[in-house]
Design a binder for this molecule. Structure first.
Ligand code: SAH
Length: 377
């Protein structure tokens, strides 16, 4: 089948067979070396963003599907990177335990609440607390922090992204008021998972965490890096099918970018095109899912996030961390926005979003499907 036929079929049925997914991804040259394309057409909505006719067809379909669920709205999440201490040793990540040259920091409860106060003033209604797996914060402290934020800002959602924990811990954070949890599976293939992580970290536990989070009642986010070392098209197909099965409310997709002080320092970065294609494919597979145009995408291309929005993404996560620590939460080299103040970020993003024809909405921005399900219950 021609790729455009596959796109139509994916759009209609929100699923393709394994073989069709294989044809679709290879038809779009995902993970393949690309020669410069001749038959290029300008993306009409964004000057300077070039893509092929076939890509344009895919992105157009993804936009139509996202607009049916979310109109022109783009949600903002205030990201607070509150610690870069980590007990894990993921081979791709700049804040891995073995990186002895990383400058470590952790924010106090008061500093985190100050970030929320500033963020609330700027209009944010979701706070994402992300960090390494830092055991210096006890479950009790995390719960206290979550409930303090929820009691001050009752109209806000709190998202946690603090890695693999015991089911009871997840339950306690949820009972304290946490609404959402982000935990990328990174890869759904056991051998690839072992290639990206040390032996003690297992795909079984990662997936166990995701299913626990779902069962407890969180709005869950999973995801992968595009072009991570050792990744193949088969792995991506496995990831897409896993996502479909887990059926999360959010999916974080960004390119892998090497960090100089990790074992993957000399590996190639993932590409803009592959990331855009995956965003669009996921949008067609899961019309209601929340899809961020990630900071990593904005790092590999100056228009990366805008192009992400034009390929089906509908969320942006600007940084609310205090300016003094931003340059230290370095998962990969070259990370953007490490020098800005939160207020500057907010204005800059609003302008970037406007240029795509979409508009920033300052609400909690829950997943459309999740809201419908809750209303039925
Ligand atoms: N400790 C938390 C938060 C991790 S940081 C957790 O385990 O979930 C969030 C995401 O950044 C990770 O899930 C990973 O997919 C991504 N990331 C880490 N290193 C990266 C790199 N070198 N390039 C691109 N993305 C990276």
């Amino acid at each position: 089948m021609h790729v455009e036929e596959l796109v139509k079929s994916l759009r209609e049925n929100s699923i393709l067979s394994r073989e069709e997914l294989r044809q679709l991804l290879s038809g779009y040259g995902v993970l393949e070396e690309r020669s410069p394309v001749r038959d290029v057409k300008m993306c009409e909505t964004l000057p300077g963003a070039r893509c092929t006719k076939e890509e344009s067809f895919l992105f157009e379909n993804a936009r139509q599907v996202r607009e049916r669920s979310y109109g022109k709205d783009v949600y903002l999440r205030g990201l607070i990177e509150f610690t870069n201490y980590c007990r894990c040793d993921c081979r791709y990540c700049g804040i891995r335990r073995s990186n002895t040259v990383a400058q470590r920091y952790r924010l106090s409860r008061e500093q985190i609440l100050d970030c929320c106060e500033e963020g609330y003033g700027l209009g944010f209604r979701t706070f994402v607390l992300q960090g390494g797996e830092d055991m210096a914060y006890s479950d009790g402290q995390i719960c206290e922090l979550v409930s303090s934020i929820k009691s001050r800002y009752g109209d806000c959602a709190v998202t946690l992204s603090i890695g693999e924990r015991k089911r009871e811990s997840y339950r306690a954070y949820f009972d304290a008021g946490a609404d959402r949890y982000l935990l990328r599976q990174e890869t759904s293939d056991p051998a690839h998972y072992r290639y990206l992580h040390p032996e003690q970290q297992t795909i079984e536990n990662r997936k166990r965490c995701l299913w626990d989070l779902r069962e407890i009642g969180y709005q869950v986010g999973c995801g992968i890096m595009t072009g991570s070392p050792g990744q193949t098209t088969e792995h991506i197909i496995e990831d897409l099918l896993f996502m479909k099965e887990l059926s999360p409310q959010m999916i974080g997709i960004g390119p892998f970018i090497p960090h100089k002080d990790t074992p993957f320092a000399r590996e190639k970065a993932g590409t803009l095109q592959d990331t855009l294609i995956l965003l669009a494919v996921i949008r067609l597979m899961m019309p209601d899912v929340l899809l961020p145009a990630t900071t990593a995408l904005g790092t590999i291309d100056p228009l990366g996030r805008e192009r992400g929005l034009l390929a089906g993404a509908n969320v942006i996560m600007p940084n609310l961390s205090p300016a003094g620590v931003r340059g230290k939460y370095l998962l990969y080299d070259g990370k953007i926005c490490t020098g800005d103040e939160a207020a500057q970020c907010r204005i800059c993003l609003e302008k970037r979003v406007e240029r795509t024809g979409y508009r920033v909405i300052m609400s909690r921005g829950d997943c459309a499907g999740f809201v419908r399900r809750q209303n039925r219950e």
